[in-house]
Design a protein around this ligand. Sequence first.
Ligand code: THU
Length: 146
Amino acid sequence: MKPDPHPKGATYDEADLLRRARTVRARAYAPYSHFRVGAVIVTDDGQVFEGVNVENASYRMTTCAEQSAIAGMISAGVRRPIVAVAVVGDGDDPCTPCGACRQTIYEFGPQATVYSSGDAGRPLVTLITDLLPHGFGPKRLSQGQS
Ligand code: THU
């Protein structure tokens, strides 16, 4: 099923989000992979946060663009559900979020629509639940022992 591009409660323009993600991508710090990624997230009340990938000489310390954007949202004191995520990576093909980013998006946007793009062709439009089926999230954890 094709996801609803405008989930209830959100006001955003898909093309605008992708433009913003492509623009912010220029600020990526990616001297090792040379693969720049820009991400934009939208909350259910229309707040927008941007992020880029931030690499490190100790490679595994790298932060992905989606995680930067979400860290920005939390750092700003915002905990609204994320309804949309736009990701634009270098190269022509859609840059779909890595496994770790799927989990991070699911934490704050279990119903989010994800727009993945590169520099050519149409964006790939999915739900986070398509990218992370049967995901483990906060709801499941709340069933633990008290
Ligand atoms: N990267 C992201 O920023 N987001 C993703 O979802 C995929 C990978 C970054 C991490 C690293 O800086 C570069 O892309 C190459 O893996």
